[in-house]
Write a protein that binds this ligand. Structure first.
Ligand code: IMP
Length: 202
């Protein structure tokens, strides 16, 4: 546990993540290795970047990478599922095998939007790999063909996932136990996570 009053605790260690990413890589290699053209891994910025980098190496086959960035739906928009593409793919995906790489599926609204938007571009296939899945929070059912871990309804940071832009480079995945406290002081976990020499603890 880190942070005074146990604000956060390790939910999934870096070693467990690495092991599971290797397994996912093997599963994905089975699916894509004999395809005519290399699959296109589409990373959803920014949360999926660490996962994508590790997964890409774990898959180990010829593959292309592209990125999308979307605005998360604002509090004022509520849970309408209205998201906006801030950065689109550089390449076309018509006729391609596309693998959407997501950090986490929560309500499912973002993924539903992304699958629809990419599906309209005529890919040969469209699948999703999500590192984390908060099944209990789902509002809209959406296919997640490959998942790393199912997790409970807790807010998580680390391994790419952030709180107000911070903590993405924390190697373990932490559950934030006191989100209200962290919201009050977003830097609360900087000290415990990065230590006195400023390097992330491992
Ligand atoms: P959804 O549209 O509700 O499924 O939300 C997906 C997005 O919400 C993710 O891509 C994350 O950016 C963000 N998100 C959801 N839960 C968490 C969390 O526990 N920690 C950090 N970001 C989260």
């Amino acid at each position: 546990m880190v942070g005074s009053g146990a604000t956060a605790e390790v939910l999934i260690s870096a070693a467990e993540i690495a092991h599971r990413v290797d397994e996912l890589g093997r599963e994905l290699r089975e699916v894509y290795h004999d395809a005519e053209r290399p699959p296109v891994l589409v990373g959803v910025l920014k949360g999926s970047t660490l996962f994508l980098a590790d997964l890409l190496r774990a898959v180990g086959i010829d593959a292309e990478v592209d990125f999308m960035a979307i605005s998360s739906y604002s509090a004022s928009a509520g849970q309408s599922g209205v998201v906006r593409i801030i950065k689109d793919l550089e390449g076309g995906i018509a006729g391609r095998d596309v693998l959407l790489v997501e950090d986490i599926v929560d309500t499912g609204l973002t993924l539903t939007y992304l699958r629809r938007a990419l599906g309209e571009r005529g890919p040969r296939s469209l699948r999703t790999v999500a590192l984390l899945d908060k099944v209990a929070r789902r509002i809209v059912p959406v296919p997640v063909e490959f998942r790393g871990f199912e997790i409970p309804d807790v807010f998580v940071v680390g391994y790419g996932l952030d709180f107000m832009g911070r903590y993405r480079n924390v190697p373990d995945l932490y559950a934030v136990r006191d989100l209200a406290r962290l919201a009050n002081d977003p830097m609360l976990l900087v000290g415990p996570f990065f230590g006195s020499d400023g390097r992330a603890r491992t």
